[in-house]
Design a binder for this molecule. Structure first.
Ligand code: NAD
Length: 430
């Protein structure tokens, strides 16, 4: 059993804390947002992640998981402090390290003994050294090791991803400190890869950039498929069976969003530029992705003739299923484009409406997909929630003014949709 503090009670911090507590450790979670701390103390989460609420509750009741807004309460006596604060996009695409720096300074002030600081936030290469310098400046009295331990969990399956990772990556100048962090993960039975700190920091960016590249690659293939009458979904299936390629992240669609891929690809490109390298491929990945939003809107315009005065319904808003996360969700840009073209927009999402309301208040939010479809000129499937695979599509079609459906995630069968009487357009399939 180790005493651990986690800084930041967001998707990564709270998952890390709940899972490490579940493994029998003693966890204190610090968040500067008092409202979040207050609701977490009542075992209420401020975001949706399947299974996390129950795990938080179980461990909090067992006394292994506490929440506070005070570093002075959480840090003294801790052996490890995990930093899991946000690193949003900053100027020129660079990662904004304000929260990491503030958290580090607060740790330095509160610490009362030797400490291993474990950085879980996605940070540019060299940030571990920045953290070391801040701690040394703030509290030189106690020895501190800084270790990078990037997180690879996906929202929507965060618990399983944390508990059954493909690998755990750890990097540090001190092998001994890296080994101590590795020991925390031992119960998971996963391969633990220990590298130097710069390599560990780079593994995270390279992994996200590669996954984003697969998606943009497939979106480029999809554009070609449409022109040559091939079906991009089947092309992906055919490619994926090749073990050298695999099936994941090969879905053509309206592009990637979320709090990680867009900002991480931009941050890696910014790092490269800082070191006088022009990362051509990374820029292409971002450009293709941005244009996929326009591709979806163009398909609607082609089917409807004009968007002006048309009522378009959006099915799904979150950047992917099983989360209410709206950060960089394609739905935001798409809704804005539709509104700019003079359409009115209705939308429904199983979890993200409350967040979307704050970001795009001009949209008319409804309680379910059927209410979105009623009287609509077109529907755009934005997020592939399972609920949308189970719709009574005949009922949907009957209730629409015009039966246009653009399937931004290729979840429906074009032949079935046409036999139901829809004017159906997928991405990369005619
Ligand atoms: P988040 O925004 O959900 O959570 C961050 C939390 O930190 C917030 O609750 C915020 O109030 C708190 N915070 C900010 N400054 C603080 C401070 N000085 N002291 C204490 N608390 C503070 O962020 P997230 O999605 O959990 O991402 C955290 C990091 O992990 C980012 O670097 C991200 O790139 C990375 N990451 C995220 C995911 C993901 O799927 N969300 C996956 C892997 C890695």
């Amino acid at each position: 059993m180790s005493r651990i503090a986690v800084i930041g009670a967001g998707y990564v911090g709270l998952t890390t804390a709940a899972c490490l507590a579940d493994l029998g450790n003693d966890l204190a979670v610090v968040d500067i947002d008092e409202a979040k701390v207050k609701s977490l103390r009542r075992h209420r989460l401020h975001f949706y992640e399947p299974g996390l609420q129950e795990m938080v509750e179980r461990n909090a009741r067992a006394g292994r998981l506490r929440f506070t807004s005070s570093y002075a309460e959480a840090i003294p006596g801790a052996e490890f402090v995990f930093i899991a604060v946000a690193t949003p996009e900053g100027e020129g695409g660079q990662a904004d390290l304000r929260h990491v720096e503030a958290a580090t300074a607060a740790i330095a002030e509160a610490m009362d003994g030797p400490l291993v600081i474990v950085n879980k936030s996605t940070v540019p290469i060299g940030t571990g050294d920045v953290v070391s310098r801040i701690v040394a400046g703030g509290n030189g009295a106690h020895p501190v090791d800084v270790v990078s331990n990037p997180e690879f969990l996906r929202e929507g399956s965060a618990l399983a991803d944390f508990m059954k990772p493909d690998r755990v990556v750890i990097g540090g100048h001190s092998r001994e400190a890296a080994g101590r962090v590795a020991a925390l993960y031992e119960p998971l039975g996963a391969p633990v890869l220990i590298y130097d700190i710069y390599t560990a920091e780079m593994v995270k960016y390279a992994s996200n950039a590669f996954l984003a590249t697969r998606i943009s690659f497939m979106n480029e293939i999809a554009r070609i498929c449409e022109r040559v009458d091939a079906d991009a979904k089947l092309v992906a299936e055919g490619m994926g069976h090749d073990r050298r390629i695999g099936h994941s992240y090969l879905d053509a669609g309206i592009g990637f969003g979320g709090s990680c891929f867009p900002k991480d690809v931009k941050a890696l490109a910014a790092t490269a530029a800082r070191f006088d390298y022009h990362p051509e491929l990374l820029h292409a990945v971002l450009d293709i992705n941005r244009d996929q939003r326009v591709v979806a809107v163009e398909k609607l315009r082609e089917c409807l003739g004009t968007l002006r005065g048309q009522l378009v319904g959006m099915l799904g808003l979150s950047f992917k299923p099983n989360t209410d996360d709206m950060r960089e969700a394609p739905s935001i840009e798409i809704a804005r484009l539709l509104l700019d073209h003079g359409a009115s927009v209705r939308a429904y999402d199983p979890a993200a409406v409350w967040r979307a309301r704050q970001l795009i208040p001009e949209v008319d939010y409804r309680r379910n997909a059927y209410a979105v479809a009623r009287g609509a000129d077109a529907l755009l499937l934005v997020t592939e929630w399972n609920e949308f695979r189970q719709l009574d599509l005949a009922r949907i079609k009957r209730s629409m003014r015009r039966p246009v459906l653009v399937d931004g995630r290729n979840i429906y069968d074009p032949a079935v949709m046409r036999s139901l009487g829809f004017v159906y357009r997928g991405i990369g399939r005619n």
